[in-house]
Ligand binder design. Sequence first.
Ligand SMILES: Cc1ncc(COP(=O)(O)O)c(C=O)c1O
Length: 425
Amino acid sequence: MSDSLLNVVADGSSAHLSSFRTRAAELDAADPLAHVRERFLLPTGVIYLDGNSLGALPAAVPEALNDAVHRQWGTDLIRSWNANGWWEAPARIGDSIGAIVGAAPGQVVCGDSTSVQIFNAITSALRMRPGRTVVLADPDSFPTDLYLADSVANLLGAEVRRVPVADVAGVLRAEGDAVAVIAYNHVDYRSGELRDMRGLTAAAHDAGALAMWDLCHSAGAFPVDLDANAVDLAVGCGYKYLSGGPGAPAFVYVAERHLADFAPALTGWHGHANPFGMEAGYTPAPGIERARIGTPPLLSMLALEAALGAYEGVDMRAVRAKGLALTDLFIECVHALGLETLTPAEHARRGSQVAVRHLDPHAVMAALIDRGVIGDVRPPDVLRFGFNPLYIGYADVVEAARLLGDILETKAYEDARYAVRATVT
Ligand SMILES: Cc1ncc(COP(=O)(O)O)c(C=O)c1O
């Protein structure tokens, strides 16, 4: 198999495959997180660069699910709500997620989907800023965020203004007194651009508005520091970097100072102050419990709880350092292949994923997946690669780039079988 594309001599200095491999081996040998990879069950022959979409399977999950099904459900039956802490699970797991995203206990609850949490958070933000009717949202946001913001706006007679992230501070300065909340993705799902959470949150506060962040592509990938950044509201999913499994429940963060005013639209009985009083009217629970809605998917929740154990003893600053080093190396490799990246070069503006441009991304990704390198595609022209520092190593990075180079050089992606587009890309 040819290595020639990675042997490109760019601007007079050679970027040889062997030197990339040597560097990767040195970085792997010195990696303080190398041992964490054993906490995941990864298939042999696969380089998994899609943990930003569906995290890999943590080794503790099968046993936890086995216990949840056979002992807790099968034997303890309904007694598990008390005996096995089912009732407390959303807040307990919320606190575990909180520890990963920089939230002190009592501000995060786990449950429902990110979409549902977005709906509740934006509704509540509008109610928490009466008289203000504008939601600022990113036109490039993950679509569900925009759909839900529009839906809330329709219901409450508010307006969603799509303002690119670069213009938010200016709009807030000029017309911020109409803005109730800015609702932005912490990391752009397509380009991997990391947004200035601290600066934009402060700009929202200066205008008297709230800041709501979607952490889907940052929770578990690097420190988020919600409390330290004075964030008001945040949501995120459990199935990406947190590796909670397909359809894992999401979470919502409500800063302590807002808990008494948090008034979500969906008021179910699990969020009631006295759920087993079976009262006819709704009274919200005093704390973060008011963000609960209905009966949670316990099996998924317990899988997520077991998955979070992979973070035990892991310093999120080390996760960040490795994520940047992995993406630095991958960007260098793909640039050596002559490819263009959309992901910012500056560390302060980069999440833990890399977007590479190609005019035929679906075929290229299908050919890559066929060779054991799993990433995904986002329209119109993005090959997306996510790097979870908990289980990706530097040698994986170089090997993935080598296979990408090989597919491009041999035009293997032009094979007819890669022209058939899958439903989920
Ligand atoms: C930023 C962001 N928000 C939300 C979602 C999905 O929402 P849900 O978990 O409700 O499907 C995604 C999915 O990739 C996402 O990237």
